[in-house]
Design a protein around this ligand. Structure first.
Ligand SMILES: Nc1ncnc2c1ncn2[C@@H]1O[C@H](COP(=O)(O)OP(=O)(O)O)[C@@H](O)[C@H]1O
Ligand SMILES: [Mg+2]
Length: 229
């Protein structure tokens, strides 16, 4: 079946978003080393993150090639069981510099209450990445991000809450639509595609999980994800 121009444009936008997130952190850390903002004693730490992100880029691009249709979310799910807390901690590490720069406090990252997820590691990493990227991006300076992990009835529950502009009642569903961005997001964070949450939701649905948003305007935003343990 031939795709419409609109479908193709949407796929290209989705893919650019996928590729841009690892590229942004690689560029940031490499530039930090070259321009001296990262001290020599920290080189190894950041090079390890760069290496992990390059690996992720490779996985994304090989998935694209495998799938000549270029439809990420039609990709067959290669299922494995992995520790969720560790994945979340690893993703937070890629945002370390921005978190420090905005003086954000992060709570709940300790390894207490470890939970597992059974699913496609690459896709779930992308889904979590989009949520954590948003939390870091939309938290106010001197604000706070809290995460928590729990399990219930064969599902692992991850929730992530951040202070800042928050989310209003009428936006709690809309934000999951492709290309939707709130007025305050467009004004204060002009670089964004409105695709991250739609990708996250599609990945969660593909795993028969659930995701919902909660929040209060000028208060907080909170996302709760349930995925099979
Ligand atoms: N943590 C958050 N705090 C406040 N608003 C958020 C948060 N995460 C998402 N949003 C809102 O949902 C919209 C859609 O998010 P997303 O799909 O990731 O796209 P983008 O981040 O590119 O705008 C954002 O533009 C913003 O209005
Ligand atoms: Mg986003």
């Amino acid at each position: 079946m031939k795709k419409s121009e609109k479908e193709i444009a949407e796929e290209v936008a989705t893919l650019s978003h996928e590729l841009r997130s690892p590229l942004t952190s690689i560029a940031g850390f490499v530039d930090g080393i070259l321009d001296g903002t990262i001290p020599e004693k920290d080189y190894m730490h950041y090079l390890r993150i760069v290496s992990a992100e390059v690996k992720r880029l490779t996985e994304i691009t090989s998935k694209m090639l495998d799938n000549s249709k270029i439809e990420l979310l039609d990709a067959p799910v290669s299922v494995q069981k992995f520790p969720l807390n560790e994945s979340v901690i690893r993703i937070f590490c890629t945002f370390e510099k921005i978190i420090e720069g905005k003086n954000i406090t992060v709570e709940g990252l300790s390894g207490d209450n470890p939970v597992t997820v059974t699913g496609d590691l690459g896709l779930i990493t992308q889904a979590l990445y989009n949520l954590i990227e948003n939390a870091v991006k939309y938290t106010n300076v001197n604000g706070c991000i809290s995460v928590s992990f729990s399990s219930e009835n064969g599902f692992s529950v991850f929730s992530i809450r951040n202070t800042g502009a928050g989310i209003s009642d009428d936006e709690k569903e809309k934000i999951f639509s492709k290309f939707y961005r709130s007025e305050s997001a467009k004004k204060n964070q002009p670089d964004g595609t409105g695709l991250g949450l739609s990708i996250t939701k599609a990945v969660v649905n593909l795993h028969n999980g659930t995701i919902y948003a909660d929040g209060i305007p000028d208060g907080f935003a909170e996302f709760t994800v349930r995925l099979p343990s």
